[in-house]
Every structure is written in structure tokens, then in C-alpha cells.
Write a protein that binds this ligand. Structure first.
Ligand code: DQA
Length: 147
């Protein structure tokens, strides 16, 4: 069985650390990746963190995960609130799916309160900054241990 966790990130998250730091913090996506790596490697798992500004690319990576990943952690960014295509792709994936948001989307504008992806996510973590990625990895590790 594959021991890789895909950590997929949507639009504008390449600018994490520089983009609206008062909301998203000053840590980068690479900092998030190292935190996840630490958690995953202690349980014999690998992480593969990716980011794209393109919806179709994220759909393609989810399809790839069907063969190559044991679990998916996903921050779809703005596509959270718009993308039935990403939701449908996640429905084709059998392993654990954890949705992460750096900010607490429920404390923000009303248009951020609804997530399409939550209809498939096994867990949702919001408002913990990049620590949310490490928490999501911990949850995936325990879900995979139970599977
Ligand atoms: C986000 C929240 C989304 O509403 C927003 O569009 C993002 C980032 C978060 O991590 O808090 O780009 O997913």
C-alpha cells in the first residue's frame, strides 16, 4: 500500500507568508510542508505537498491520488466555496480526506461560510494557521492506523 499523503493547495497559496499576513500569517507553504513531514515521517509516511492556481490541475492531482496516495489533505482556497468539480473528484477517492483552512472561514465574510469540499471531508480544520496542516496530518495518521 502507498504510504504517501497528498497535501493539495489551491489558488494564491503560493504567496503564503506574503499574502495578507494579518489573516494568513507569515509562515510559508514550505514551513507547512516541514511540519507535516515531521509528523508523517515519525509514522513511516511521506508527504507530497503541491500547489496550483488552476482548478483542473487540482482535479487531475486528486485522480492521480487514487493510485498514488493513501490520504489527501486539501486546502482548496477560494475553490472551497465554488468548486463542484473538486468535490466530485474527491468523491472518487477512497482514503481519508481532511480539509484545512488557515483562517476560520466561519468568522469571515458570508461567502466563505459554505464549503463544497466539506460534503466529502472526513474532518475539517479551520483557524489554526499552518499548525492546521500538522493537525490534519496527525488525524490522517490515526485514520490510516485504524483502516
Ligand atoms: C482559505 C480561506 C478561503 O476563503 C480563501 O479563499 C483562501 C484561503 C484559508 O486557508 O483560510 O484562499 O482557504
Amino acid at each position: 500500500m502507498t504510504r504517501t499523503i497528498y497535501i493539495l493547495n489551491g489558488p494564491n497559496l503560493n504567496l503564503l507568508g506574503k499574502r495578507q499576513p494579518e489573516i494568513y500569517g507569515t509562515d510559508t507553504l514550505e514551513d507547512a510542508a516541514s511540519r507535516c513531514r515531521e509528523v508523517a515521517e515519525s509514522s513511516g509516511l511521506n508527504v507530497d505537498l503541491r500547489q496550483s492556481n488552476h482548478e483542473g490541475q487540482i482535479v487531475d492531482w486528486i485522480h492521480e491520488a487514487r493510485q498514488k496516495a493513501a490520504a489527501i489533505i486539501i486546502n482548496p482556497a477560494a475553490y472551497t466555496h465554488t468548486s463542484i468539480a473538486i468535490l466530485d473528484a474527491l468523491f472518487t477517492f477512497d482514503g481519508p480526506v481532511v480539509e484545512v483552512h488557515l483562517s476560520n472561514i466561519h468568522k469571515r465574510e458570508a461567502f466563505r461560510h459554505h464549503s463544497y469540499v466539506s460534503a466529502r471531508a472526513d474532518a475539517v480544520i479551520a483557524g489554526c494557521g499552518i499548525e492546521g496542516y500538522a493537525l490534519a496530518t496527525r488525524r490522517v495518521v490515526s485514520l490510516l492506523a485504524k483502516a
